[in-house]
Design a protein around this ligand. Sequence first.
Ligand code: AMP
Length: 223
Amino acid sequence: MRKYVIMGVQGSGKGTQAKQLAADFDLVHISVGDVYRWHVQYHTKLGAQVRRAMNAGELVDDSTTETVVRDRLALHDWNYGFILDGFPRNRRQAQFFLESYDVDAVIHLDLPDSEVRRRVLARRLCSNCGMDYNLIEHRPAREGRCDACGGELVTRADDTEEALAARLADYHAKTDPALDLFRGKELVISVDATAAKGAVQRAIREQLGLPQPVRKAQADRRR
Ligand code: AMP
């Protein structure tokens, strides 16, 4: 049984790293943001309750979020363990978590604010079909135009320098203390998230003592 929490600022690659660990070790990937987005999309009662905070880029209140996490984990569909992504986001949530569950490790993806800025400000979105681009690693073939539908590429409304600075300040004010609480319990492994995706995944596994991903060439040879 493996129980992990993954933490990191927006753009640190949490979702990508969590999904790969979940796929390779049969862990259930629980993203609190995804749970909330599902409720908003399907117009549930909870969706109506959390929509305003989500649209404003604010955190949903702690007791609602704790109930969501408790109910999700109570499903006990995680026979081999889970990886919790996007929770806890503040000290109170971290305290709740430590009191209610035991955790094997907290994976901290460490990314300096300057790199977050570089990555986030390079994001573009097709105004027609919604496809995501990133001018650093996923450039469109034709500048400013979507590869799939030719639509105009635009910046998300909340991907401005100003909005990003506010989100980063909020993250440091709220989430750094949660991380400190876990650090005090010697649960945190920190990984340099400026590296490429594969290198970050390998560094996480090395620190957690998990087997490394099988490289494609090795996998082909074994067939
Ligand atoms: P994310 O995809 O993790 O950025 O989450 C999207 C949105 O869901 C956030 O902006 C919050 O409104 C809400 N949310 C996700 N996780 C939490 C959490 N741990 N506590 C409070 N709100 C959350």
